[in-house]
Write a protein that binds this ligand. Structure first.
Ligand code: SF4
Length: 371
């Protein structure tokens, strides 16, 4: 079988997988681009489609693939006594709604006796997944599946989430179709009304609802709702702060008030982030966030020994110097310190001036702050 390429697929503007975020805030739009986790997920899904792990790139990917294969085989044994009438991998589902629509691809479907569907989606990440009865993606796929297969009476929707050791399932009935249609239509129609406002300006504050998922939204840096949230937080820290119109950001008075708020909130946020990391280091499990190892900074404490060891390995001093950034002010001070009392500053300035004339000092543009 040919190697599938899921990255080539189109995505609906309001795709089933993004509806959780749109339901949280109608102004939400995901960021472009991919991530290592998303690319790993795509590879595992492609491997599962053709039941061939040979294109996977790490032991972790193969282990997730294998766990899903095993979980699915075991789960489907529950239906061995029923006649399997249809089976589909990577099933494309159009979802017709009230005045709108969406579409997406669900990972697997078995139909038994023509009337009972088992619809499966694989989750390869570590994030917490809402149970299918409360999950916008499973609701959309289920509705699309009821529409595509009119004889289905029930659909058992299953998420396999090996990284969390979870299998989540829920059985939908055809009588749920009306409610699913209404719920999904409401979310998408609201999104269709609010999201386009970003193209010509900013949605109204009342249309935006910040949630923990703002971190995935492409408007996170410019969203006025987050500004409003920041003001609320700041006022909790300092109740004497005045009410601030965050839309008038060019008014000097307001800018100054926002500057003060930004400092308060930044300090609070830094402190809180440290506390959250400390809790996670102590073993507290957070719903979706995981501890991530950052690179360790290394510093040479004895440059002479460092240079002689590098020399032993065939790297000469000139090569080392071409890879380091010298602290100009510190060395200019050291030069000044060689002069007699009263002449230090002059010598330091002469040294800097000669370096400037030699064209070996580059100055960054001036940087400013407010105080
Ligand atoms: S950043 Fe703004 S638009 Fe985006 S999800 Fe948060 S509140 Fe909504």
């Amino acid at each position: 079988m040919n190697q599938p390429d899921h990255s080539e697929r189109g995505h609906a503007e309001f795709s089933p997988s993004s509806l959780k975020y749109v339901a949280g805030c109608a102004g939400y739009k995901g960021r472009d681009g991919s991530s290592a986790a998303a690319e790993m997920g795509t590879r595992i899904h492609e491997a599962l489609e053709i039941e061939d792990p040979s294109n996977l790139q790490s032991e972790e990917e193969v282990s997730i693939y294998q766990e899903i294969m095993n979980d699915q085989a075991e789960y489907l044994m529950n239906f061995d006594s029923l006649e399997l009438t249809e089976t589909h991998s990577e099933i494309m589902l159009d979802v017709a709604l009230n005045g709108t629509s969406t579409y997406g691809t669900c990972d697997f479907l078995n139909v038994y006796e023509g009337t009972k569907g088992v619809l499966i989606d694989y989750k390869t990440g570590i994030s917490k997944i809402d149970t299918p009865d409360k999950n916008w993606q499973s609701k959309a796929y289920t509705l699309g599946c009821f529409q595509k297969f009119p004889k289905l009476k029930t659909i058992e929707f299953v998420f396999f989430i090996p990284q969390r050791n979870e299998i989540l399932s829920h059985t939908f009935k055809r009588s749920d179709v009306k409610q699913l249609t209404e719920e999904l239509s409401e979310v998408i129609i609201k999104g269709e009304k609010v999201r386009p406002k970003w193209d010509t300006g900013t949605p109204d504050l009342s249309e935006l609802t910040p949630t923990v998922d703002c971190r995935f939204c492409r408007y996170e840096d410019v969203c006025p709702a987050l500004g409003g949230l920041v003001v609320e937080v700041a006022k909790k820290i300092n109740p004497r702060l005045p009410d601030v119109d965050i839309d008038s950001t060019e008014d000097p008075e307001v800018v100054e008030q926002l500057w003060a708020i930004a400092k308060i909130v930044t300090n609070w946020a830094e402190g809180f982030k440290k506390r959250a990391v400390a809790l996670a280091e102590d073993g507290v499990e957070l719903p979706t966030l995981r501890l991530k190892k950052l690179g360790v900074r290394k510093k040479v404490t004895d440059p002479s020994t460092f240079i002689s060891i590098a020399d032993k390995y065939g790297v000469d001093t000139e090569t080392i110097l071409s890879n380091v950034s010298l602290p100009v002010s510190k060395i200019a001070k050291a030069v000044g310190d060689t002069a007699e009392k009263g002449g230090k500053q002059k010598l330091s300035a002469e040294f800097l001036s000669e370096c400037q004339d030699a064209g070996i000092i580059e100055e960054s543009p001036s940087r400013h702050t407010l105080s």
